[in-house]
Design a protein. Structure first.
Length: 292
């Protein structure tokens, strides 16, 4: 099944570039950095020195040729906090997604699409500051998606649904693989699933300089647990009026049924999944350019 999906995506891309029309490219993007610092010297009320810094990159590349459309997205974030000489990672994400569309109907807009994505992180992650044993690292875990489906697009909203999608999980680290984490059994480094997949993306600019980019993904493994849905939401809000300064808010919520986070019976062993939440807000510089 995986080879068939990859072959189909390759045929889609080959057919697109074999077309005779001129290709039109656009590169919309958001780049941003943020900083926060607290310095205390003989401060009677108490407190701690603190430095926080983060960077965000959301770069798109869009090619249109005749009835074909090729969208690529590189989404990367990294932020850290330094407090009393201890460095903590706050945010860490690296994701690449691509989708080929062929126009079926313009009004309403329907397309047949081939979609794939890959997601991992940059550096090691630790459960607590000062820990020497990491719980994650680059490509441990890593997640991949590949499938064929239909896309419907309306004002600012992209909806994609695929009845046949392959999901891949990699844990390319011997120590983590031996623990059987991220939904894999001990010693397993790769897992493949087949199921239903849906993706929604909503982008909108509001009055007052507020821009929103919301992404929502859902996957259900119909071979093992068809009514157990994994959900991943990612919200990016950027406020920038006049001047170079901006306020960036990013919130990600993740529900993965294969990742155990809670101890429900008090025996000291994790036996249930839960909602993972990550939020980051910063004041800094944001640069946005390009048109879709």
């Amino acid at each position: 099944m995986r080879r068939l999906l990859l072959l189909a995506l390759g045929l889609i891309s080959g057919s697109m570039w074999a077309a005779s029309d001129t290709t039109q490219w656009s590169f919309p993007a958001i780049y941003g950095v943020s900083f926060n610092q607290t310095v205390l010297r003989q401060w009677n009320a108490g407190g701690q020195n603190n430095l926080a810094a983060g960077a965000i990159l959301r770069q798109q590349a869009i090619a249109v040729r005749g009835k074909w459309r090729w969208e690529q997205l590189l989404d990367a974030t990294y932020s850290l906090n330094i407090q009393e000489g201890i460095t903590r990672k706050i945010d860490d994400k690296l994701e690449y997604a691509t989708r080929f569309d062929y126009l079926l109907r313009e009004d309403p807009l329907w397309k047949v699409s081939g979609f794939s994505s890959f997601k991992t992180q940059f550096v090691k992650g630790f459960a607590k500051p000062g820990d020497s044993v990491y719980i994650s690292r680059a490509f441990a875990p890593a997640y991949g998606i590949a499938g064929l489906g239909l896309t419907h697009k309306t004002d600012g909203l992209d909806l994609y649904a695929s009845p046949v999608t392959a999901k891949f999980t990699w844990v390319l680290d011997s120590a983590l693989s031996a623990q059987g984490v991220f939904g894999l059994v001990p010693g397993q480094r790769f897992r493949q699933e087949l199921g239903l997949y849906g993706n929604a993306r909503f982008q909108r600019s509001f009055k007052g300089g507020i821009k929103m980019d919301l992404r929502l993904n859902a996957f259900a493994n119909y071979l093992q647990a068809p009514f157990s849905v994994d959900i991943d939401s990612d919200l990016l809000l950027v406020y920038k009026n006049k001047g170079p300064l901006s306020i960036t808010l990013r919130s990600q919520n993740l529900l993965d049924r294969d990742v155990l986070l809670r101890d429900t019976n008090g025996d000291g062993k994790l036996d249930a999944s839960g909602i993972q939440t990550k939020q980051f807000m910063g004041l800094g510089l944001t640069y946005e350019f390009g048109k879709k």
